[in-house]
Design a protein around this ligand. Structure first.
Ligand code: 4AD
Ligand code: MG
Length: 462
């Protein structure tokens, strides 16, 4: 008989019949003549209780000795459970022990800290918290694709290895096959990348945006969803060196259309996760942060506030608060500023637009004031910046001027500039940090706990 998943069994509208399940023991309680095994297969938050009696032929030799973490295959009858808190249980007729555990299995019943669990990232998916995080991640990924596919966006696979720096921030990991101990040198004594694998310097991408812009100039609306990399030395609870980003790009679209898309997109993902993962979300609300459900529901219902950077600076200056980083017009908004705006002042998500050009990337559309660009950042409570986007500079002469002002090398962007010579149109897009939205939904305090294998300064185990 083919085995069933626990989720499907628990969703049945009546008990009865024989089932086979396979999974790992969350708990094993042995009493006289009976054992109660809670078996989880990761398909949903709960496991299912298996009752094994001493009549089973391997009861004394195997079942009685089972410990938390053992892998089993159980067949038996699905019956109504007399116990509290569970609808059904399985009266075992046969239990095959598939994998035993050594006695030092680290996931015992007591609560472990998230710091400790990070050191056993190969086992932490078996905990309640991480099972729930990964199911929410999955539901959110599905929602991302559904949202864009329903609207006719084409999924673009942007490259991971690239030769251009999208954000111009120089926070890129080098990709090379040169011998680091004795790299080839040119006449000037500099490392000769012509002899490197790609015949030039190459990096891991920080963003798929520039390639998404290429595609949007043909397919109109596209999106990427892939890993991106930042070699920034930020040891914070909101930064990863490797994170997943979703980047839509739309032709014939301005900053207003961009904000509208960002707002409906966020709401759609939140609603889908609430629909798909009610038990996991209830767990986060009960055990991690008792505001997550109410916050998500209110965000789905209420329109986002929209203010300019200049207005945001005014609010911060008038707040009477002393920030660690003092605020002046022209400064980059720090996390403490972002959180004050969205948590204390506006009390819901806010989209901040029209930032000074000096603190934003070269590709953003320059406003007539020659001081600000059509950038838009979506800020949400607890996380701060969750989305960063902009209308793009589609005028060739102004783009060239910006590239010059920022001391970037025009030659590196020849194809990007070409797009402004061959049928250039207004276009806009944004990037959503996937782990930031998972962090927001789950209430997990540290971004390292919402990605299976976090990569951060000084750490890349597993
Ligand atoms: O604001 P960022 O740097 O924007 C871009 O990369 C643009 N090219 C996006 C676009 O317009 N297509 O990054 C976008 C988002 C941020 O708002 C944040 O959510 C997330 O990516 N992000 C990070 N998430 C985790 N760890 C990091 N180190 C992150 N850096 C950015
Ligand atoms: Mg940003």
């Amino acid at each position: 008989m083919e085995h069933a998943r626990v989720k499907e069994i628990l969703n049945r509208n009546k008990s009865g019949g024989n089932v086979v399940i396979k999974g790992w023991l969350k708990t094993a309680r042995h009493s006289k003549g009976f054992s109660f095994l809670e078996v989880s297969d990761g398909s949903c938050f709960s496991g299912i209780q298996v009752v094994a009696g001493e009549g089973l032929d391997n009861y004394d030799t195997e079942i009685k000795k089972l410990l938390t973490g053992c892998a089993v295959s159980v067949s038996g009858e699905l019956v109504d459970s007399p116990g509290q808190g569970q609808k059904y249980e399985i009266k075992a007729e046969k239990i095959a022990v598939v994998g035993l555990v050594d006695s030092d299995y680290p996931l015992q019943k007591k609560r472990h800290t998230y710091e400790f669990l990070r050191t056993i990232a190969h086992l932490r998916p078996r905990t309640n918290s991480f099972g729930a995080v990964f199911r929410v991640r999955n539901a959110a990924s599905k929602a991302v694709h559904h949202f864009f596919q329903e609207r006719g966006f084409v999924y673009l696979h942007s490259p991971i290895i690239t030769a251009s720096d999208c954000e111009g921030a120089g926070e890129m990991f080098k990709v090379t096959t040169l011998d680091l101990k004795a790299p080839p040198r040119d006449e000037a004594g500099k490392i000769d990348y012509k002899q490197d694998f790609f015949g030039r310097e190459a990096h891991l991408t920080v963003s798929g945006q520039l390639e998404a812009e290429i595609a949007a100039m043909a397919l109109s609306n596209v999106y990427t969803f892939g890993p991106t990399f930042r070699a920034e030395n930020s040891n914070t609870s909101r930064h990863l060196a490797e994170f997943w980003m979703i980047e839509p790009e739309m032709a014939f679209c301005d900053i207003r259309g961009d904000m509208d898309l960002a707002e409906s997109f966020l709401k759609y993902v939140l609603q889908s996760v609430l629909n798909d993962c009610p038990d996991d979300m209830q767990f986060f609300n009960d055990r991690i942060d008792n505001t997550v459900l109410a916050t998500m529901e209110s965000i789905i219902k209420t329109p986002f506030e929209r203010i300019t950077y200049t207005e945001a600076v005014d609010i911060l200056l008038k707040s009477g608060k002393t920030f660690e980083y003092p605020v002046t017009w022209g400064c980059d908004l720090q996390s403490e500023h972002e959180r004050y705006l969205t948590e204390d002042h506006i009390k819901r998500p806010v989209i901040v637009t029209d930032y000074p050009k000096t603190i934003k990337a070269f590709y953003m559309y320059l406003n007539d004031d020659d001081k600000t660009v059509r950038a838009m950042d979506v800020l949400v409570p607890k996380v701060g910046e969750i989305i960063g986007g902009s209308q793009r500079e589609d005028r060739k002469d102004i783009l060239l001027k910006r590239i010059g002002e920022l001391n970037l090398n025009e030659k590196d962007y020849w194809w990007y500039i070409d797009l402004r010579r061959y049928g250039s149109v207004p276009h806009a897009g944004f990037g959503l940090g996937f782990e930031r939205i998972v962090q927001f939904m789950t209430g997990m305090g540290n971004i390292r706990d919402v990605i299976p294998f976090p990569r951060v300064p000084g750490y890349a185990e597993f």
